[in-house]
Design a protein around this ligand. Structure first.
Ligand code: BYC
Length: 324
């Protein structure tokens, strides 16, 4: 596009903005498939944050010390906040929050596979922080540069908070790894159970990922699923040494040629079983979500009534001001 020769073709204006790294904003024209892709990804991301509160919430009453309890409550509360920023970002694409929640509750919309695994011991809270939040950071930092403005801006704060979450998880594991023999065993056992599901979080391999190519062309995604997965493996393979623990992969080995860690085959059958609703906790998670939504109806009603009352008193004050 050249100055003085204003382009009026909406598709060309959109393509030009994406090419020049100018953010797409809610009132800009965008291709319908771009809008739908963003609604799909952002709403699924929001659902993951909200469902992700459940496995951790399970440990708030059983956290071993007051400090651990306070930290875990703060982390779970952060995740509620992440869900809210993301639902708000998705709403700018012309979908209501009620519609998104209905899609989650009916099983139509996905949420991250990782939250369909159980949290069996306190060490699982450490493993979730280190591995699950670690994988989330790897995936989400590039999303701060996503082409859609509201999503990219929401991700900045989310990533800052995820970084705190990851450290609290690692610190829990570090404490256990320096503890008694049962504590060390619990630490290794949690790593063993959470490792492969965390590796799967990045989604199907690139040749099996139907959305990646288009999402990368639109600059929603900046790295492919496999690229991010490899970065994650490389980081964790080093960090696990600080814990004096191991990752449960006999094929994990530094490759001096590629300058990356090689790793063993991923059980994609397990991944798709979990994604398709047949993981260890899918049913339990969805039931808990629907129950919380139904039981929270009075809170939503009260909030709406309070907002209406406030609007009414502002309106009355404005009328009185005009009359005075
Ligand atoms: N689980 O073509 P693909 C968090 C689906 S929150 C379930 O590669 P795309 C945290 C995918 O949706 C973590 N489904 O898709 C929260 C698609 O199905 P549909 C969540 C998965 O979108 C609380 C199909 O497989 N993070 O970390 O290009 C506490 C084909 O996949 C998964 C985000 O949501 C999965 N793991 O790439 C602690 C980040 N993977 O929609 C931590 C934002 C793939 O066609 N999302 N599928 O029915 C993304 O970056 C991308 O959407 C993905 C998938 C990389 C996840």
């Amino acid at each position: 596009m050249t100055a003085g020769n204003a382009n009026t073709d909406p598709q060309e204006i959109f393509d030009d903005k994406v090419a020049r790294e100018i953010r797409i904003e809610p009132k800009d024209w965008m291709p319908d498939k771009y809008r739908q892709t963003l609604i799909r990804q952002i709403s699924q991301h929001a659902h993951s944050e909200i469902v992700g509160m459940l496995p951790e919430g399970n440990w708030i009453t059983r956290a071993p010390t007051l400090r651990r309890k306070a930290t875990l409550i703060a982390k779970v509360q952060d995740e509620a906040g992440h869900g809210l920023y993301l639902y708000s970002a998705a709403e700018t694409l012309n979908i209501s929050r009620d519609e998104m929640l209905a899609q989650l509750h009916s099983g139509k919309a996905k949420y991250s596979s990782i939250f369909n695994y159980p949290t069996l011991t306190w060490a699982d809270i450490g493993a979730i922080g280190w591995l699950v939040d670690g994988a989330a950071i790897m995936n989400q930092v590039p999303l701060c540069r996503a082409s859609y403005g509201p999503y990219a801006r929401a991700m900045v704060r989310i990533c800052k908070e995820e970084s705190f979450h990851q450290r609290q998880g690692f610190e829990i594991l570090l404490t256990l790894s320096r503890g008694s023999s049962p504590q060390r065993h619990m630490c290794q056992d949690a790593i063993n159970r959470w490792w492969w599901p965390s590796v799967m979080m990045f989604g199907p391999s690139d040749d099996q990922s139907p959305h990646s190519a288009q999402s990368m062309a639109w600059k929603i995604k900046r790295f492919s699923n496999d690229e991010l997965r490899q970065k994650f493996v490389d980081v964790c393979a080093e960090q696990v040494k600080l814990l004096g623990m191991t990752l449960p992969d006999k094929d994990l080995q530094w490759n001096a040629t590629t300058e990356h860690y090689d790793f063993g085959p991923i059980n994609w059958q397990e991944f798709w079983d979990v994604v398709n609703g047949n993981g260890p906790c899918n049913r339990e998670r969805l039931e808990a979500r629907v129950k919380a939504h139904e039981e929270g109806q009075w809170v939503r009603d009260a909030a709406i009534a309070f907002a209406a009352k406030q609007n009414d008193s502002i309106r009355k004050k404005n009328t009185a001001d005009v009359a005075a």
